[in-house]
Design a protein. Structure first.
Length: 406
């Protein structure tokens, strides 16, 4: 299994810790900016007071600073469990600092920075309805502060409050966008996993159909032959029963191998047990021809081109196409002969199966045989054609691309 992606610093540190860090940085900044820097003069109304000394606070200011810190600690502890209460405590902390040691006439953006950080985390982790409720105290605290100052007849500037309001909106939008992106990623991951499961089930269904349909077809024909001649030709009936036994054992062994592979894949123990039997391929065509010959149908195989190793998926698909086509000949064509041509070319492999029977194609649309062959070829980006021939009989053609490096 692929290794888990590394956890970033943003996810390693808890939201409450980030909020406390933002509070500490913003508070320190609010104190530092009260110092008159070289080349600057004390401003007019609305700016920091020249009498404010951040390093010589009065007792009342120290108490308010401690109260703001206590409110912050409670808010950080409740942030992941009670976002609405946590946001309320953070807003109260900002209001306490504004009316206490900062000596400001408006809520500055740096004082609302912890509120915005916490709101961003809430919007990213909680449903939209919860995050909107959590944004309520932030907006209410800002508007309430402005309303109280207006009610008391104090002067109020709107530019700073507008910036703070935009901070609240932007923080919520960033968190909500992250939540939506994460939900979309999870949906895509789930959909990909479901598609992989569906594809694997279809692959297993094709393998079972190709394996079982051929074997059962041979068994049915041999059983019928044995039934007809058991009284008059005991030796012929014995040979038919021998073919039935061999085919049944081979099919049972194949089913056991497939179930064993599925169990090993599910338990994660694939490859740790006994040596696995390689997948079927063109090397098993001779055995397939022998089984079909015992069922009363002669199969002539023509090999053209330079035979070479093929990718496992191409080798398996080519064999299954031949197996399914020959099985359809045995079951549906009403003839006792068919021809198989396998042509090796540098860039692809061509497989053609032709019979001279009735060419009714009764398997088309009534089972999974032809659909399974078409799916195999499609997965390999090849070409597939099937249908009756003008001169009689049926023809199946498949072209499977082969990588040049193989």
């Amino acid at each position: 299994m692929p290794a888990n992606p590394p956890v970033t610093l943003l996810h390693r540190v808890k939201p409450g810790t980030w909020t406390a860090l933002a509070w500490g940085v913003s508070t320190l900044y609010s104190f530092v900016v009260q110092i008159r820097w070289p080349g600057e003069s004390w401003g007019a109304w609305g700016e920091k007071s020249p009498s404010a000394d951040p390093f010589a606070m009065r007792g009342r200011e120290e108490v308010l600073l401690l109260c703001a810190a206590a409110l912050l600690c409670c808010a950080c502890l409740l942030l992941t469990r009670r976002p609405l209460g946590s946001m309320t405590l953070l807003v109260l902390s900002a209001l306490v600092l504004t009316n206490g040691p900062f000596h400001t006439t408006s809520i500055a953006p740096d004082q609302y920075l912890p509120v915005s950080v916490a709101l961003c985390f809430v919007a990213a982790a909680r449903p939209r309805r919860t995050s909107l409720f959590a944004a309520g105290p932030a907006v209410a605290g800002l508007l309430g502060y402005v309303g109280v100052r207006l009610a008391l007849g104090l002067r109020v500037g709107t530019s700073v409050e507008a910036v703070v309001l935009m901070m609240i909106v932007v923080a919520w939008l960033i968190g909500n966008s992250y939540r939506q992106e994460r939900a979309h990623t999870e949906q895509m991951r789930t959909r990909i996993a479901e598609q992989a499961v569906t594809a694997e089930r279809l692959r297993i269904a094709r393998e079972l159909h190709d394996m079982v349909a051929h074997s059962i077809g041979v068994v049915a024909i041999q059983a019928g032959a044995a039934k007809r001649v058991i009284d008059t030709q005991p030796e012929g009936a014995r040979r038919a029963l021998g073919v039935i036994e061999d085919t049944s054992r081979e099919t049972l062994a194949g089913l056991r191998r497939m179930l064993g592979a599925l169990h090993a894949a599910e338990s994660g123990a694939a490859g740790s047990g006994a040596a696995e039997k390689p997948l079927a391929g063109l090397g098993d065509v001779d055995r397939l021809v022998e089984n079909v010959r015992n069922a009363g149908v002669r199969v002539d195989v023509e090999w053209r081109g330079e035979r070479r190793p093929l990718p496992p998926e191409v080798d398996l698909s080519a064999f299954r196409i031949i197996q399914e086509s020959v099985t359809n000949v045995v079951k549906h064509s009403g003839t006792q002969q068919c021809r198989v041509s396998v042509v090796f070319r540098p860039a692809d492999l061509s497989v053609v199966i032709v019979d001279s029977g009735s060419g009714s194609g009764r398997g088309e649309g009534t089972g999974y045989g032809i659909a399974g062959m078409r799916d195999r070829v499609k997965l390999l980006n090849g070409d597939f054609a099937v249908g009756p021939r003008p001169e009689g009989g049926y023809r199946v053609t498949a072209r499977l691309p082969v990588p040049m490096e193989v």
